[in-house]
Write a protein that binds this ligand. Sequence first.
Ligand code: F6R
Length: 276
Amino acid sequence: MVYTTDRVFTETGIFVEVVIVPDSAAGGELIAEAMADLLRRKPDALLGVATGSTPLPIYEALAAKVAAKEVDASRARICQLDEYVGLPAGHPESYRSVVLREVVEPLGLNQDSFMGPDGAAEDVAAACAAYDRALAEAGGVDLQLLGIGTDGHIGFNEPCSSLASRTRIKTLTQQTRVDNARFFDGDIEQVPHHVITQGIGTILEARHLVLLATGEAKADAVALAVEGPLSALVPASALQLHPHATVVVDESAASGLKLAGYFRATYAAKPDWQGI
Ligand code: F6R
C-alpha cells in the first residue's frame, strides 16, 4: 500500500488522524516525507523532535532524503521536547547529546540551528520560562514529533499533568524510569528522577503534532489517547484538543483501537483523501 503525505497530512480541524502502517520503517518513511514536504514549503521550518527509540526510523529516513538531495534541510531549525535534569554536560544520554547525534549531525546542521531547555540551569524555573519564550520568539514550532509513554505521557508530561501546562520541571514516574533504564545500561539507579519538559499547553501550540507509536507495549496508551475521554490521566489525549494532530501507529500499536477499520479506510486507503 502506498501512503502519500498529501493525503495523510492535509486534513485539519476534525479530529485526530490515525494512520496505520505495517511497521516502524513505514511510519518513519511517512513522517520523514511529511517533514521533507514541510521543508520544501518552508525551508527554515522549526521542527520539534522527540527522543527515545521510536522516532529513530524517522531521523534515518529524513537523513537519507537529505543525502539523496530529495530535500534541502540546510536551513531547518530543530528544538527539543524535553531534557533530563542533573546529567553532567555532554552525557551521551542527555537529550541534547541524543538530538545532536541522531538529528542535527546526520542532517548536516550546525549547533546554532538547535535549541533545547537547559537541564543544568541553577534556576530551573527561569530556564523553563526562557525556553517557552525562545520557542515563541522563533515563531513557534511548525511540526512537533511526539512519542508516547506506556503510561500515556507525551514529552514527559506524566499522568495528571495539567492540560494547560507550560515548560517546567517534572518528576518521572517509576514506570518511565523503568522504561528508560535501557538507555542507562539497564540500571534504573542511573536514570534521572527529573526532567524539564515542554508542557502540554506548550506542545499544543505547535502547528502540527505528529505522534509515532510502535509495538504492542504502546497499544493501550494509544487507544486511550485517541478513543478515550480527554483526561489528565492520559496526557496524550490532549491531542484531541489540537486542530491538526496525526497519530501514526504500526499494526501492534494499533491493536487496541476499536476504530482500526475506520481509520484504515479513512486515512490510508482512501484515494480521494483530500476531499474528506
Ligand atoms: C522523549 C519523550 C518521551 C518518549 C516516550 C516514548 O523525548 O518525549 O515522551 O517519546 O517516552 O519513548 P520510546 O520511543 O523510547 O518508547
